[in-house]
Ligand binder design. Structure first.
Ligand code: SAM
Ligand code: SF4
Ligand code: SF4
Length: 370
């Protein structure tokens, strides 16, 4: 992949490890980055491939048939992913979300779900494991995913209207109907939590806000409206294309009576609302207009084992190299500890300023997984 990678053993390992090769056990509960943020959440992207070409993520002009995706030997194996997840949980990670590309394209994903399900947090609790999918294959896979132990799932859907769906997803082989069938299958399979993510783009699908809210209102589902972000390098993003969450809320309140809900945790990214007359929840994710970098406790692992500290980072830290050169759990944990301790990322807070961070090329969304 074209993304720059930091060679960890040249620069990043604590001195004790570079000189003796064997680190002392790192303290677990105290790890913080330079801005005092703990490491609590991990996104794992299991593939950079996708069967959609959403205009806001993988525009076909860039990600065409000649685009070189990662080959099998470049991808982390399930065993390697589990080893890294174990190291990260020993440093405080409590929540893991599987993503992609399209994660359901990765064969036998249930095997990975089952082995991640065996991990424990530093407090001895089971990990909170979730998955984000475009939903195109969910109607066939929902039961097997649930049976493997997955309890929470998020399905991305940007429109009820088929023409608008096609305009957003550029996925002729799929349809809004198929995704809706996938969501129904997830409800049938007994997932404990189902969320639907809708990215709102001005003039493209903002007329779908109310139809989506009407449809999901009567279902046990949290519908979340996400501000369109300037991820990757191929979008031609402009602030004028963003529909601020305040505007989405105003639109919803013209039709529905909504009541605010208290945050469930300090790092919660969505402001939540509920229908006063009962029914599903509404979430507003204001990633652009109200940056939440101050509470960002999330690391991201790419399909080939690069650890990223921000959705807008321009470089990753090569953990696959550590794994494949035979480093043990303690050494890998110490390396990650050193990486997180040096983190100062806060891209969204700096958005619009002419800083170096803003000008460097950014990692692509389909590679890092959102
Ligand atoms: N393919 C899966 C899916 O679409 O759900 C998982 C990967 S996708 C990168 C994860 C999430 O990122 C999706 O909910 C998608 O809508 C969101 N996303 C992608 N590009 C975005 C953008 N430019 N702004 C905001 N959200 C975006
Ligand atoms: Fe694929 Fe998800 Fe990106 Fe759409 S948002 S192109 S479904 S990875
Ligand atoms: Fe976290 Fe980076 Fe997003 Fe800020 S911009 S919330 S640091 S991922």
């Amino acid at each position: 992949m074209p993304y720059p990678i930091i060679p960890i053993f040249d620069q990043r390992l604590p001195k004790v490890m570079q000189s003796h090769g064997q680190p002392s056990n790192p303290p677990t509960d105290l790890l913080q980055d330079l801005l005092g943020r703990a490491l609590r959440e991990l996104r794992i992207s299991v593939t950079d491939r996708c069967n959609f070409r959403c205009r806001y993520c993988m525009p076909r002009e860039t990600f065409h048939t000649e685009h070189a995706f990662l080959g099998p030997s470049q991808l982390l194996s399930f065993d390697e992913i589990t080893q890294l997840a174990a190291a990260l949980t020993s440093l405080g990670v409590e929540k893991i979300r599987l993503t992609g590309g399209e994660p359901l394209l990765r064969k036998n994903l249930e095997t990975l779900i089952a082995s991640l399900g065996d991990l424990r947090t530093i407090h001895g609790k089971p990990l909170d494991l979730a998955l984000t999918t475009n939903g195109s294959a969910l109607r066939h896979q929902a039961r097997a995913l649930r049976a493997a132990g997955l309890r929470r799932i998020t399905v991305s859907l940007d429109a009820m209207d088929e023409a608008v769906f096609q305009r957003m997803s550029d996925a002729a082989s799929s349809s809004a109907r198929q995704v809706l069938q996938g969501i129904d299958a997830a409800v049938q399979a007994g997932f404990e939590q189902i969320k639907v993510n809708m990215v709102v783009q001005r003039g493209v699908n903002d007329d779908q806000i109310l139809p989506m809210a009407r449809h999901f209102r009567r279902m046990p589902i949290s519908l979340r409206f996400i501000e369109y972000m300037d991820v990757g390098g191929s979008l031609g993003w402009h602030m004028a294309h963003v529909v601020p969450s305040t505007e989405v809320l105003e639109c919803l309140r013209n039709e529905f009576e909504l009541e605010p809900l208290a945050p469930q945790s300090p790092s919660e990214t969505a402001q939540r609302w509920r229908h006063a007359q009962g029914g599903g929840e509404i979430g507003l994710i204001s990633s652009v207009t109200q940056a939440f970098c101050g509470e960002c406790t999330r690391a991201r692992l790419s399909p080939e084992g690069q650890l990223y500290l921000c959705l807008f980072a321009h470089q990753g830290h090569d953990l696959r190299q550590l794994l494949r050169s035979g480093r043990n759990h303690d050494e890998i944990t110490a390396a990650i500890q050193a990486i997180w301790s040096g983190r100062a990322d806060r891209y969204s807070q700096l958005r619009g300023q002419d800083s170096l961070t803003q000008r460097l090329p950014k990692v692509e969304m389909h590679y890092i997984g959102g």
